[in-house]
Design a protein around this ligand. Structure first.
Ligand code: TXA
Ligand code: MG
Length: 347
């Protein structure tokens, strides 16, 4: 088992010697966790099947759940994919670097070990100086799933990564908290109407402004079969059992307050995931505001931190307010549903 070295790095101007050390580990087939603008990634050489194996082992991840390959320049893409559709080029120009992952047909150089046996490969260029410098210094594309134990909330700071992966990877580059807080949008361009396989940092509205109508994979609904292999697994789950309560704000507050009372009477420790608008209206349980409904990025960037916080508090039940699915709210609600195992109460 490797000794995990946690190295603090300047997130805007990462120190060269630190990036070099990390890149050296990647080139030798080892694993380094690093910050992106979405969540921390668990990086290994995307062209090395053995490194991919180590990533799956460190996370305890099912082998059929493909990894996202991270690149630092548009040129790097030609080496990896058979063709670059026109729509992909337009999106790359507009959203890269940024939280958009696009699915392409892979060239042979990308091992099946990285793509979970698929002929396609998911690729993105992260908008984070540390990630970009690391990829370019490593001189190989970097496969990086979120740097959490499979099924746990994704990590948004080095401490989250260490909590899950200490002793399993060689290094964590600590570049502070990530900004977006939920993962990238995964987009499939193979059909006439583009399809979001995982909602994320680039919103459906952002994409539709450029592409026209964009579908959301109907397989993301409970009980359906998602197109993206990773989406079928339970994910983001806190230890406590969670219920998402959706409806008007008034109904949410009333239902959650009553629900919390009943649970407490039954002897449960209750956590309430409220918002800036509602937190003062609850009288019981561990009340935490996830952010401001009028500034949804405050919610996305806080979401996984709050889920981990409830774990540390040791609550038995979490009651979470739903928010609007506009903009990044779609990604937030997707993560909340999954964290709750689709335990949703409409009021
Ligand atoms: O923001 C992010 O995307 C973060 C950071 C580290 O870049 N990475 C991340 O990776 O979230 P991961 O492995 O946790 O999620 C990858 C998702 C999974 O849902 C997987 O099924 C999907 O991308 N995916 C990867 N390759 C695919 C492919 N060829 N076809 C369909 N879905 C794919
Ligand atoms: Mg993940």
């Amino acid at each position: 088992m490797p000794n995990t070295n946690i190295v603090a790095v300047d997130k805007n101007r990462p120190e060269r010697d630190k990036i070099k050390r990390a890149a050296e580990i990647i080139r030798k087939g080892g694993l380094v966790a690093f910050p992106t603008e979405t969540v921390y990634g668990l990086g290994g050489n995307a062209l090395d099947e053995n490194a991919a194996k180590k990533i799956y082992a460190a996370k305890g991840r099912p082998q059929d759940n493909p990894l996202i390959v991270h690149i630092s320049s548009h040129l790097q893409l030609d080496q990896l994919v058979k063709e670059i559709p026109v729509r992909a080029r337009i999106l790359m120009d507009k959203f890269w670097p940024g939280p958009l992952t696009i699915i392409f047909y892979k060239k042979d150089i990308v091992p099946y070990g990285t793509t979970g046996g698929l002929d396609t490969v998911a690729i993105r260029m992260p908008a984070h100086p540390v990630a970009l410098e690391l990829i370019s210094e490593a001189k190989v594309p970097i496969a990086a799933p979120s740097a959490n134990i499979s099924g746990r909330p994704s990590p948004v700071c080095a401490k989250d990564v260490a909590e899950d992966l200490s002793g399993r990877i060689e290094m964590i580059l600590d570049g502070g908290a990530t900004s977006v807080g939920v993962e990238s949008t995964v987009l499939d361009l193979s059909e006439k109407v583009p399809m979001i396989l995982r909602p994320g940092g680039v919103t459906r509205e952002d994409l539709e402004e450029i592409l026209g109508p964009v579908d959301l994979d109907p397989g993301l609904a409970p009980g359906e079969k998602p197109r993206s292999p990773g989406q079928k697994y339970r994910h983001y789950a806190p230890k406590a059992q969670m219920t998402v309560v959706e409806g008007s704000i008034e109904n949410q507050v009333k239902t959650i307050e009553e629900f919390a009372k009943r649970l407490e009477t039954d002897g449960f420790e209750v956590g309430i995931m409220a918002t800036a608008q509602t937190r003062h209206r609850y009288t019981r349980g561990h009340i935490i505001s996830v952010g401001d409904r009028t500034a949804p990025l405050t919610i996305s960037s806080n979401l996984f931190t709050i889920l981990r916080k409830f774990d540390r508090l040791g609550v038995d039940k979490i009651l979470a307010e739903g928010i609007s699915k506009d903009g990044i709210g779609l990604a937030v609600m997707n993560r909340l549903y999954k964290a709750a195992g689709f335990n949703v109460l409409k009021v």
